[in-house]
Design a protein around this ligand. Sequence first.
Ligand code: NAG
Ligand code: NAG
Ligand code: NAG
Length: 488
Amino acid sequence: MGLFKVLGFRGFLVPLFFFAALVVASVSGIGVNWGNQATHPLSPPAVVKLLRNNGIQKVKLFDADAYTLNALSKSGIQVMVGIPNDMLYTLANSVKAAENWVSKNVSAHISSGGVDIRYVAVGNEPFLSTFNGTFEATTLPALQNIQSALIKAGLGNKVKVTVPLNADVYESASSQPSTGDFRTNIHDLMLQIVKFLNDNGAPFTVNIYPFISLYNDVNFPVDYAFFNGYESTINDGGKIYDNVFDANYDTLVWALQKNGFGNMPIIVGEMGWPTDGDRNANLQYAQRFNQGFMTRYNAGKGTPMRPGPFDAYLFSLVDEDAKSIQPGNFERHWGLFYFDGQPKYLLNLGTINSNGLVPARNVHYLAKKWCVLKPSASLDDTQVATSVSYACGRADCTSLGYGTSCGGLDARGNVSYAFNSYYQINDQLDSACKFSSLSMITDRNPSTSDCLFRFMIEIDDASLDGRIGLLQKPVVLVSFVFMLFTIM
Ligand SMILES: *[C@@H]1O[C@H](CO)[C@@H](O)[C@H](O)[C@H]1NC(C)=O
Ligand SMILES: *[C@@H]1O[C@H](CO)[C@@H](O)[C@H](O)[C@H]1NC(C)=O
Ligand SMILES: *[C@@H]1O[C@H](CO)[C@@H](O)[C@H](O)[C@H]1NC(C)=O
Protein backbone atom coordinates (compact mmCIF):
# COMPACT_ATOMS: atom_id res chain seq x y z
CA MET A 1 0.00 0.00 0.00
CA GLY A 2 2.72 2.42 -1.03
CA LEU A 3 0.05 4.79 -2.25
CA PHE A 4 -1.23 5.51 1.22
CA LYS A 5 2.18 6.13 2.65
CA VAL A 6 2.75 8.83 0.02
CA LEU A 7 -0.69 10.32 0.52
CA GLY A 8 -0.17 10.34 4.28
CA PHE A 9 2.87 12.58 3.94
CA ARG A 10 1.31 14.79 1.33
CA GLY A 11 -1.60 15.23 3.65
CA PHE A 12 0.23 18.02 5.39
CA LEU A 13 0.27 20.04 2.22
CA VAL A 14 -3.29 19.59 1.03
CA PRO A 15 -6.37 21.33 2.41
CA LEU A 16 -7.72 20.20 5.75
CA PHE A 17 -10.76 18.32 4.48
CA PHE A 18 -8.55 16.12 2.36
CA PHE A 19 -6.31 15.44 5.31
CA ALA A 20 -9.25 14.44 7.48
CA ALA A 21 -10.25 11.80 4.96
CA LEU A 22 -6.74 10.45 4.61
CA VAL A 23 -5.74 10.26 8.23
CA VAL A 24 -7.89 7.19 8.75
CA ALA A 25 -5.81 5.24 6.28
CA SER A 26 -2.38 6.17 7.62
CA VAL A 27 -0.35 3.36 9.14
CA SER A 28 0.73 3.52 12.77
CA GLY A 29 2.29 0.51 14.45
CA ILE A 30 0.86 -2.91 15.00
CA GLY A 31 -2.66 -3.58 16.29
CA VAL A 32 -3.96 -6.50 18.34
CA ASN A 33 -7.29 -8.26 18.72
CA TRP A 34 -8.65 -8.24 22.26
CA GLY A 35 -11.34 -10.83 22.92
CA ASN A 36 -12.91 -11.66 26.28
CA GLN A 37 -14.24 -15.21 26.01
CA ALA A 38 -12.31 -16.33 29.07
CA THR A 39 -13.36 -17.76 32.43
CA HIS A 40 -10.78 -15.59 34.24
CA PRO A 41 -10.10 -12.51 32.15
CA LEU A 42 -7.70 -9.76 33.20
CA SER A 43 -9.71 -6.64 34.04
CA PRO A 44 -10.03 -4.07 31.23
CA PRO A 45 -7.88 -1.52 33.12
CA ALA A 46 -5.15 -4.17 33.49
CA VAL A 47 -5.35 -5.01 29.78
CA VAL A 48 -5.11 -1.35 28.79
CA LYS A 49 -1.96 -1.05 30.94
CA LEU A 50 -0.59 -4.15 29.26
CA LEU A 51 -1.25 -2.63 25.82
CA ARG A 52 0.38 0.67 26.77
CA ASN A 53 3.41 -0.94 28.42
CA ASN A 54 3.97 -2.82 25.18
CA GLY A 55 3.55 0.22 22.96
CA ILE A 56 0.47 -1.20 21.23
CA GLN A 57 -1.53 1.70 19.82
CA LYS A 58 -4.40 -0.02 18.03
CA VAL A 59 -6.90 -2.52 19.31
CA LYS A 60 -9.70 -4.46 17.65
CA LEU A 61 -12.67 -5.57 19.77
CA PHE A 62 -15.46 -8.03 19.00
CA ASP A 63 -18.19 -6.00 20.69
CA ALA A 64 -18.63 -2.60 22.27
CA ASP A 65 -18.63 -3.50 25.95
CA ALA A 66 -18.91 -0.30 28.01
CA TYR A 67 -16.47 -1.36 30.75
CA THR A 68 -13.84 -2.16 28.11
CA LEU A 69 -14.39 1.11 26.25
CA ASN A 70 -14.28 3.14 29.48
CA ALA A 71 -10.90 1.61 30.26
CA LEU A 72 -9.66 2.73 26.81
CA SER A 73 -10.74 6.30 27.46
CA LYS A 74 -7.88 8.81 27.08
CA SER A 75 -5.44 5.92 26.60
CA GLY A 76 -4.24 7.19 23.23
CA ILE A 77 -5.12 3.78 21.78
CA GLN A 78 -7.11 3.67 18.52
CA VAL A 79 -10.11 1.38 18.66
CA MET A 80 -12.08 -0.77 16.24
CA VAL A 81 -15.36 -1.70 17.92
CA GLY A 82 -17.29 -4.74 16.71
CA ILE A 83 -20.85 -5.80 16.05
CA PRO A 84 -21.38 -9.53 16.66
CA ASN A 85 -23.08 -11.53 13.89
CA ASP A 86 -26.13 -12.20 16.05
CA MET A 87 -26.98 -8.47 15.98
CA LEU A 88 -26.86 -8.17 12.17
CA TYR A 89 -30.49 -9.17 11.66
CA THR A 90 -31.81 -6.47 13.99
CA LEU A 91 -29.49 -3.79 12.62
CA ALA A 92 -30.35 -4.72 9.03
CA ASN A 93 -34.06 -4.41 9.68
CA SER A 94 -34.21 -1.30 11.81
CA VAL A 95 -32.69 2.11 11.10
CA LYS A 96 -33.63 3.05 14.65
CA ALA A 97 -31.69 0.09 16.12
CA ALA A 98 -28.62 1.09 14.09
CA GLU A 99 -28.93 4.67 15.31
CA ASN A 100 -29.23 3.48 18.90
CA TRP A 101 -26.21 1.26 18.47
CA VAL A 102 -24.10 4.12 17.13
CA SER A 103 -25.37 6.55 19.72
CA LYS A 104 -24.75 4.29 22.69
CA ASN A 105 -21.68 2.42 21.53
CA VAL A 106 -19.80 5.03 19.49
CA SER A 107 -20.96 8.64 19.94
CA ALA A 108 -21.31 8.44 23.73
CA HIS A 109 -17.79 7.10 24.18
CA ILE A 110 -16.24 9.59 21.79
CA SER A 111 -17.94 12.66 23.23
CA SER A 112 -17.90 11.95 26.95
CA GLY A 113 -15.12 9.48 27.36
CA GLY A 114 -12.48 10.44 24.84
CA VAL A 115 -12.32 6.95 23.35
CA ASP A 116 -10.51 7.13 20.01
CA ILE A 117 -12.88 4.98 17.95
CA ARG A 118 -11.75 4.75 14.30
CA TYR A 119 -13.68 1.81 12.91
CA VAL A 120 -16.89 -0.13 13.38
CA ALA A 121 -16.51 -3.76 12.33
CA VAL A 122 -19.95 -4.86 11.15
CA GLY A 123 -20.16 -8.63 11.78
CA ASN A 124 -17.28 -11.03 12.21
CA GLU A 125 -16.45 -13.26 9.23
CA PRO A 126 -20.17 -13.38 8.36
CA PHE A 127 -19.63 -15.23 5.07
CA LEU A 128 -17.58 -18.08 6.49
CA SER A 129 -18.61 -21.18 4.50
CA THR A 130 -19.50 -22.99 7.73
CA PHE A 131 -22.25 -20.42 8.45
CA ASN A 132 -24.12 -21.78 5.42
CA GLY A 133 -25.13 -18.33 4.22
CA THR A 134 -26.92 -17.43 7.47
CA PHE A 135 -25.72 -13.80 7.36
CA GLU A 136 -25.68 -13.21 3.61
CA ALA A 137 -28.95 -11.31 3.50
CA THR A 138 -28.32 -9.12 6.55
CA THR A 139 -24.66 -8.03 6.39
CA LEU A 140 -24.95 -5.39 3.66
CA PRO A 141 -28.18 -3.78 4.98
CA ALA A 142 -26.68 -3.68 8.49
CA LEU A 143 -23.53 -2.09 7.06
CA GLN A 144 -25.64 0.50 5.23
CA ASN A 145 -27.70 1.32 8.31
CA ILE A 146 -24.64 1.71 10.53
CA GLN A 147 -22.97 3.94 7.92
CA SER A 148 -26.07 6.18 7.70
CA ALA A 149 -26.23 6.34 11.49
CA LEU A 150 -22.56 7.38 11.68
CA ILE A 151 -23.17 10.15 9.14
CA LYS A 152 -26.27 11.29 11.00
CA ALA A 153 -24.24 11.39 14.23
CA GLY A 154 -21.67 13.62 12.50
CA LEU A 155 -19.02 10.89 12.59
CA GLY A 156 -18.91 10.03 8.88
CA ASN A 157 -15.31 11.24 8.49
CA LYS A 158 -13.85 10.14 11.80
CA VAL A 159 -15.28 6.63 12.06
CA LYS A 160 -15.21 4.20 9.14
CA VAL A 161 -17.23 1.03 8.71
CA THR A 162 -15.72 -2.26 7.56
CA VAL A 163 -16.59 -5.97 7.55
CA PRO A 164 -13.86 -8.36 8.79
CA LEU A 165 -14.03 -11.23 6.32
CA ASN A 166 -12.41 -14.62 6.32
CA ALA A 167 -10.03 -15.23 3.44
CA ASP A 168 -12.49 -17.82 2.10
CA VAL A 169 -14.56 -15.03 0.51
CA TYR A 170 -12.07 -15.28 -2.34
CA GLU A 171 -10.41 -18.21 -4.04
CA SER A 172 -8.00 -18.97 -6.81
CA ALA A 173 -7.99 -21.73 -9.38
CA SER A 174 -4.25 -22.29 -8.90
CA SER A 175 -1.46 -21.44 -6.49
CA GLN A 176 -0.99 -18.21 -8.45
CA PRO A 177 -2.61 -15.15 -6.88
CA SER A 178 -3.41 -13.70 -10.31
CA THR A 179 -6.11 -16.33 -10.80
CA GLY A 180 -7.95 -14.99 -7.74
CA ASP A 181 -11.54 -13.77 -7.61
CA PHE A 182 -14.38 -13.64 -5.12
CA ARG A 183 -16.07 -16.93 -4.26
CA THR A 184 -18.57 -17.77 -6.98
CA ASN A 185 -21.64 -18.18 -4.74
CA ILE A 186 -21.18 -14.74 -3.15
CA HIS A 187 -19.52 -12.92 -6.05
CA ASP A 188 -22.29 -10.37 -6.63
CA LEU A 189 -22.78 -9.74 -2.93
CA MET A 190 -19.05 -9.16 -2.46
CA LEU A 191 -19.06 -6.62 -5.29
CA GLN A 192 -21.96 -4.74 -3.71
CA ILE A 193 -20.15 -4.66 -0.37
CA VAL A 194 -16.84 -3.62 -1.89
CA LYS A 195 -18.56 -0.86 -3.87
CA PHE A 196 -20.32 0.37 -0.74
CA LEU A 197 -17.08 0.42 1.26
CA ASN A 198 -15.31 2.18 -1.59
CA ASP A 199 -18.04 4.83 -1.93
CA ASN A 200 -17.64 5.59 1.77
CA GLY A 201 -13.85 5.68 1.89
CA ALA A 202 -13.84 2.53 4.01
CA PRO A 203 -11.26 -0.27 3.95
CA PHE A 204 -11.57 -3.99 3.12
CA THR A 205 -10.70 -6.09 6.19
CA VAL A 206 -9.48 -9.65 5.78
CA ASN A 207 -8.30 -12.32 8.24
CA ILE A 208 -5.42 -14.46 6.95
CA TYR A 209 -4.30 -17.69 8.65
CA PRO A 210 -1.33 -19.65 7.28
CA PHE A 211 -1.68 -21.91 10.34
CA ILE A 212 -5.05 -23.11 9.06
CA SER A 213 -3.50 -23.96 5.67
CA LEU A 214 -1.12 -26.26 7.51
CA TYR A 215 -3.80 -27.61 9.84
CA ASN A 216 -6.19 -28.48 7.00
CA ASP A 217 -3.68 -30.10 4.68
CA VAL A 218 -1.05 -32.60 5.83
CA ASN A 219 0.76 -32.13 2.52
CA PHE A 220 1.06 -28.37 2.90
CA PRO A 221 4.78 -27.42 2.82
CA VAL A 222 5.57 -26.29 6.38
CA ASP A 223 8.12 -23.62 5.43
CA TYR A 224 5.64 -21.96 3.05
CA ALA A 225 3.49 -21.09 6.09
CA PHE A 226 6.32 -18.93 7.47
CA PHE A 227 8.26 -15.91 6.26
CA ASN A 228 11.59 -17.67 5.86
CA GLY A 229 13.04 -20.91 4.58
CA TYR A 230 10.79 -21.85 1.62
CA GLU A 231 12.85 -22.73 -1.45
CA SER A 232 10.36 -23.80 -4.15
CA THR A 233 9.05 -20.30 -4.74
CA ILE A 234 6.01 -19.63 -6.93
CA ASN A 235 6.47 -17.35 -9.92
CA ASP A 236 3.31 -15.50 -10.87
CA GLY A 237 4.05 -13.43 -13.97
CA GLY A 238 7.36 -12.28 -12.52
CA LYS A 239 6.10 -11.80 -8.97
CA ILE A 240 7.85 -14.27 -6.66
CA TYR A 241 6.05 -15.85 -3.70
CA ASP A 242 7.94 -17.56 -0.88
CA ASN A 243 5.16 -17.54 1.74
CA VAL A 244 1.43 -18.22 1.74
CA PHE A 245 0.55 -15.02 3.59
CA ASP A 246 1.74 -12.90 0.66
CA ALA A 247 0.08 -15.21 -1.84
CA ASN A 248 -3.20 -15.08 0.05
CA TYR A 249 -3.15 -11.29 0.45
CA ASP A 250 -2.32 -10.80 -3.22
CA THR A 251 -5.13 -13.13 -4.26
CA LEU A 252 -7.40 -10.55 -2.65
CA VAL A 253 -5.56 -7.71 -4.39
CA TRP A 254 -6.16 -9.45 -7.73
CA ALA A 255 -9.82 -10.10 -6.91
CA LEU A 256 -10.31 -6.42 -6.10
CA GLN A 257 -8.35 -5.26 -9.14
CA LYS A 258 -10.24 -7.51 -11.56
CA ASN A 259 -13.50 -6.06 -10.37
CA GLY A 260 -12.39 -2.44 -10.65
CA PHE A 261 -11.21 -1.72 -7.09
CA GLY A 262 -7.44 -2.00 -7.50
CA ASN A 263 -6.71 0.86 -5.09
CA MET A 264 -8.96 -0.20 -2.26
CA PRO A 265 -7.14 -0.07 1.11
CA ILE A 266 -6.83 -3.45 2.85
CA ILE A 267 -6.55 -4.02 6.60
CA VAL A 268 -5.42 -7.41 7.90
CA GLY A 269 -7.95 -7.82 10.69
CA GLU A 270 -6.51 -10.99 12.19
CA MET A 271 -3.32 -12.94 11.74
CA GLY A 272 -1.30 -15.02 14.17
CA TRP A 273 -0.29 -18.48 15.30
CA PRO A 274 -1.59 -20.57 18.23
CA THR A 275 0.74 -22.20 20.77
CA ASP A 276 -1.11 -25.31 21.93
CA GLY A 277 -3.87 -27.78 21.07
CA ASP A 278 -2.34 -29.15 17.85
CA ARG A 279 0.95 -30.64 16.73
CA ASN A 280 1.67 -27.50 14.66
CA ALA A 281 0.59 -25.14 17.44
CA ASN A 282 3.64 -24.60 19.62
CA LEU A 283 5.87 -21.83 20.98
CA GLN A 284 8.60 -22.32 18.38
CA TYR A 285 6.29 -22.04 15.38
CA ALA A 286 4.35 -19.12 16.87
CA GLN A 287 7.59 -17.26 17.54
CA ARG A 288 8.87 -17.98 14.04
CA PHE A 289 5.65 -16.80 12.43
CA ASN A 290 4.92 -13.70 14.51
CA GLN A 291 8.53 -12.48 14.67
CA GLY A 292 8.95 -13.14 10.96
CA PHE A 293 5.86 -11.07 10.31
CA MET A 294 6.75 -8.24 12.72
CA THR A 295 10.23 -7.80 11.29
CA ARG A 296 8.80 -7.32 7.80
CA TYR A 297 5.92 -5.22 9.03
CA ASN A 298 8.15 -2.81 10.93
CA ALA A 299 10.41 -2.49 7.90
CA GLY A 300 7.34 -1.33 5.96
CA LYS A 301 7.52 -4.34 3.67
CA GLY A 302 4.28 -5.46 2.05
CA THR A 303 3.54 -8.07 -0.59
CA PRO A 304 4.71 -8.40 -4.22
CA MET A 305 1.48 -6.71 -5.44
CA ARG A 306 1.47 -4.06 -2.72
CA PRO A 307 5.06 -3.62 -1.60
CA GLY A 308 4.54 -0.82 0.94
CA PRO A 309 3.33 -0.73 4.56
CA PHE A 310 -0.17 -1.80 5.56
CA ASP A 311 -2.30 -2.05 8.68
CA ALA A 312 -2.57 -5.32 10.61
CA TYR A 313 -3.97 -6.62 13.89
CA LEU A 314 -2.33 -9.63 15.49
CA PHE A 315 -4.60 -12.40 16.74
CA SER A 316 -4.59 -12.24 19.58
CA LEU A 317 -3.62 -10.51 22.79
CA VAL A 318 -4.41 -13.16 25.44
CA ASP A 319 -5.57 -16.79 25.49
CA GLU A 320 -9.33 -17.28 25.92
CA ASP A 321 -10.25 -20.54 27.65
CA ALA A 322 -13.99 -20.27 27.04
CA LYS A 323 -13.85 -20.04 23.25
CA SER A 324 -15.64 -22.64 21.19
CA ILE A 325 -13.25 -25.37 20.08
CA GLN A 326 -15.31 -26.19 17.03
CA PRO A 327 -12.49 -24.94 14.77
CA GLY A 328 -10.03 -27.13 16.72
CA ASN A 329 -8.40 -27.44 20.16
CA PHE A 330 -5.90 -24.72 19.20
CA GLU A 331 -8.68 -22.10 19.30
CA ARG A 332 -8.09 -21.29 22.97
CA HIS A 333 -4.36 -20.66 22.50
CA TRP A 334 -3.91 -17.77 20.08
CA GLY A 335 -2.59 -15.29 22.65
CA LEU A 336 0.75 -13.49 22.51
CA PHE A 337 0.25 -13.71 26.28
CA TYR A 338 -1.21 -16.44 28.46
CA PHE A 339 -4.60 -15.63 30.04
CA ASP A 340 -2.83 -13.91 32.96
CA GLY A 341 -0.83 -11.51 30.81
CA GLN A 342 2.49 -13.39 30.98
CA PRO A 343 4.39 -13.47 27.66
CA LYS A 344 4.76 -16.87 26.01
CA TYR A 345 7.95 -16.41 24.01
CA LEU A 346 10.44 -13.78 22.94
CA LEU A 347 8.72 -11.38 20.56
CA ASN A 348 10.02 -7.99 19.55
CA LEU A 349 7.11 -5.87 18.37
CA GLY A 350 9.46 -3.04 17.44
CA THR A 351 7.58 -0.67 19.71
CA ILE A 352 8.92 0.04 23.18
CA ASN A 353 10.94 -2.89 24.38
CA SER A 354 13.30 -4.76 22.06
CA ASN A 355 13.91 -7.39 24.75
CA GLY A 356 10.48 -8.92 24.30
CA LEU A 357 6.96 -8.44 25.54
CA VAL A 358 6.37 -6.72 28.87
CA PRO A 359 4.25 -8.85 31.27
CA ALA A 360 1.09 -7.67 33.04
CA ARG A 361 1.90 -6.35 36.51
CA ASN A 362 0.12 -6.69 39.86
CA VAL A 363 -1.82 -9.77 38.81
CA HIS A 364 -3.48 -11.40 41.83
CA TYR A 365 -3.39 -15.18 41.70
CA LEU A 366 -5.44 -17.74 43.60
CA ALA A 367 -3.60 -19.98 46.06
CA LYS A 368 -0.86 -22.36 44.90
CA LYS A 369 -2.87 -25.53 45.19
CA TRP A 370 -4.04 -28.14 42.74
CA CYS A 371 -6.59 -30.94 42.43
CA VAL A 372 -5.08 -34.28 41.35
CA LEU A 373 -5.79 -38.01 41.15
CA LYS A 374 -5.12 -39.64 44.53
CA PRO A 375 -2.06 -41.94 44.52
CA SER A 376 -4.27 -44.67 45.99
CA ALA A 377 -6.92 -44.40 43.24
CA SER A 378 -6.89 -47.04 40.55
CA LEU A 379 -7.12 -46.21 36.86
CA ASP A 380 -9.38 -49.24 36.51
CA ASP A 381 -12.02 -47.57 38.69
CA THR A 382 -15.11 -47.21 36.51
CA GLN A 383 -15.61 -43.69 37.84
CA VAL A 384 -12.41 -42.44 36.21
CA ALA A 385 -13.77 -42.15 32.69
CA THR A 386 -17.01 -40.44 33.72
CA SER A 387 -15.19 -38.04 36.02
CA VAL A 388 -12.68 -36.96 33.40
CA SER A 389 -15.44 -36.61 30.85
CA TYR A 390 -17.40 -34.43 33.27
CA ALA A 391 -14.37 -32.26 34.10
CA CYS A 392 -13.21 -31.78 30.51
CA GLY A 393 -16.75 -31.04 29.34
CA ARG A 394 -16.92 -28.10 31.73
CA ALA A 395 -13.30 -26.96 31.90
CA ASP A 396 -10.45 -26.95 29.39
CA CYS A 397 -8.55 -30.06 28.30
CA THR A 398 -7.21 -28.63 25.02
CA SER A 399 -3.60 -28.95 26.20
CA LEU A 400 -3.96 -32.76 26.27
CA GLY A 401 -3.49 -34.79 23.12
CA TYR A 402 -0.94 -35.66 20.47
CA GLY A 403 1.71 -32.97 20.00
CA THR A 404 0.33 -30.60 22.65
CA SER A 405 2.11 -29.12 25.68
CA CYS A 406 0.74 -31.84 28.01
CA GLY A 407 0.80 -34.61 25.40
CA GLY A 408 3.68 -36.26 27.25
CA LEU A 409 1.73 -36.94 30.46
CA ASP A 410 1.09 -40.53 31.46
CA ALA A 411 -2.44 -41.84 31.98
CA ARG A 412 -2.55 -40.72 35.63
CA GLY A 413 -1.21 -37.31 34.65
CA ASN A 414 -4.01 -36.97 32.10
CA VAL A 415 -6.65 -37.59 34.75
CA SER A 416 -5.04 -35.14 37.18
CA TYR A 417 -4.86 -32.51 34.46
CA ALA A 418 -8.58 -32.80 33.80
CA PHE A 419 -9.48 -32.69 37.51
CA ASN A 420 -7.25 -29.67 38.08
CA SER A 421 -8.63 -27.74 35.16
CA TYR A 422 -12.17 -28.13 36.51
CA TYR A 423 -11.06 -27.20 40.04
CA GLN A 424 -9.23 -24.04 38.95
CA ILE A 425 -11.97 -22.85 36.62
CA ASN A 426 -14.29 -23.14 39.61
CA ASP A 427 -12.04 -20.88 41.68
CA GLN A 428 -10.61 -23.72 43.79
CA LEU A 429 -13.92 -24.52 45.45
CA ASP A 430 -13.52 -27.59 47.69
CA SER A 431 -16.63 -29.04 46.11
CA ALA A 432 -14.96 -28.86 42.67
CA CYS A 433 -12.35 -31.41 43.74
CA LYS A 434 -14.74 -34.18 44.73
CA PHE A 435 -14.61 -36.71 41.89
CA SER A 436 -16.15 -39.58 43.86
CA SER A 437 -13.20 -40.75 45.97
CA LEU A 438 -10.61 -40.33 43.27
CA SER A 439 -9.32 -36.81 43.81
CA MET A 440 -7.45 -34.79 46.38
CA ILE A 441 -6.12 -31.27 46.84
CA THR A 442 -2.35 -30.86 47.00
CA ASP A 443 0.12 -28.02 47.40
CA ARG A 444 2.74 -29.95 45.41
CA ASN A 445 2.88 -28.50 41.89
CA PRO A 446 2.15 -31.33 39.42
CA SER A 447 3.47 -29.32 36.44
CA THR A 448 6.25 -30.78 34.29
CA SER A 449 8.81 -28.83 32.26
CA ASP A 450 6.46 -28.76 29.24
CA CYS A 451 3.04 -29.01 30.84
CA LEU A 452 1.69 -26.31 33.12
CA PHE A 453 -1.00 -27.20 35.67
CA ARG A 454 -2.47 -23.72 35.94
CA PHE A 455 -4.04 -21.90 38.77
CA MET A 456 -6.25 -18.95 38.01
CA ILE A 457 -6.31 -15.24 38.80
CA GLU A 458 -8.75 -13.25 40.87
CA ILE A 459 -11.34 -11.56 38.74
CA ASP A 460 -13.45 -8.52 39.34
CA ASP A 461 -17.15 -9.18 38.82
CA ALA A 462 -17.56 -6.40 36.29
CA SER A 463 -15.16 -8.21 33.93
CA LEU A 464 -17.53 -11.12 33.70
CA ASP A 465 -20.49 -9.24 32.29
CA GLY A 466 -19.87 -9.85 28.61
CA ARG A 467 -18.26 -13.26 28.92
CA ILE A 468 -19.51 -16.31 27.13
CA GLY A 469 -20.66 -19.24 29.23
CA LEU A 470 -18.49 -22.30 29.35
CA LEU A 471 -21.19 -24.65 28.26
CA GLN A 472 -21.64 -23.20 24.80
CA LYS A 473 -20.24 -26.25 23.02
CA PRO A 474 -20.54 -29.17 25.39
CA VAL A 475 -21.14 -31.65 22.60
CA VAL A 476 -17.81 -30.97 20.96
CA LEU A 477 -15.98 -31.15 24.28
CA VAL A 478 -17.57 -34.41 25.24
CA SER A 479 -16.78 -36.10 21.96
CA PHE A 480 -13.17 -35.01 22.41
CA VAL A 481 -13.09 -36.62 25.81
CA PHE A 482 -14.45 -39.89 24.56
CA MET A 483 -11.71 -39.91 22.00
CA LEU A 484 -9.21 -39.35 24.79
CA PHE A 485 -10.50 -42.38 26.57
CA THR A 486 -10.54 -44.74 23.71
CA ILE A 487 -6.86 -43.87 23.27
CA MET A 488 -6.14 -44.46 26.94
C1 NAG B 1 -23.92 -1.79 22.48
O1 NAG B 1 -22.98 -2.86 22.46
C2 NAG B 1 -23.21 -3.83 23.44
C3 NAG B 1 -22.02 -4.77 23.47
O2 NAG B 1 -21.72 -5.30 22.21
C4 NAG B 1 -24.53 -4.52 23.14
O3 NAG B 1 -24.80 -5.51 24.10
C5 NAG B 1 -25.63 -3.48 23.17
O4 NAG B 1 -26.85 -4.05 22.79
C6 NAG B 1 -25.32 -2.32 22.22
N1 NAG B 1 -26.29 -1.23 22.44
C7 NAG B 1 -27.26 -0.95 21.56
C8 NAG B 1 -28.14 0.19 21.94
O5 NAG B 1 -27.43 -1.57 20.52
C1 NAG C 1 -24.43 -25.82 8.12
O1 NAG C 1 -24.85 -26.99 7.43
C2 NAG C 1 -24.28 -28.19 7.95
C3 NAG C 1 -24.64 -29.33 7.02
O2 NAG C 1 -25.97 -29.23 6.59
C4 NAG C 1 -24.76 -28.39 9.39
O3 NAG C 1 -24.19 -29.55 9.93
C5 NAG C 1 -24.33 -27.17 10.22
O4 NAG C 1 -24.84 -27.29 11.52
C6 NAG C 1 -24.83 -25.89 9.59
N1 NAG C 1 -24.25 -24.77 10.31
C7 NAG C 1 -24.94 -23.67 10.63
C8 NAG C 1 -24.20 -22.62 11.39
O5 NAG C 1 -26.12 -23.50 10.35
C1 NAG D 1 -3.34 -38.86 27.67
O1 NAG D 1 -4.36 -38.25 26.91
C2 NAG D 1 -3.98 -37.93 25.58
C3 NAG D 1 -5.08 -37.12 24.98
O2 NAG D 1 -6.08 -37.86 24.43
C4 NAG D 1 -3.68 -39.22 24.83
O3 NAG D 1 -3.26 -38.91 23.52
C5 NAG D 1 -2.59 -39.97 25.55
O4 NAG D 1 -2.38 -41.20 24.92
C6 NAG D 1 -2.95 -40.16 27.00
N1 NAG D 1 -1.79 -40.74 27.64
C7 NAG D 1 -1.83 -41.92 28.25
C8 NAG D 1 -0.53 -42.43 28.76
O5 NAG D 1 -2.86 -42.53 28.41
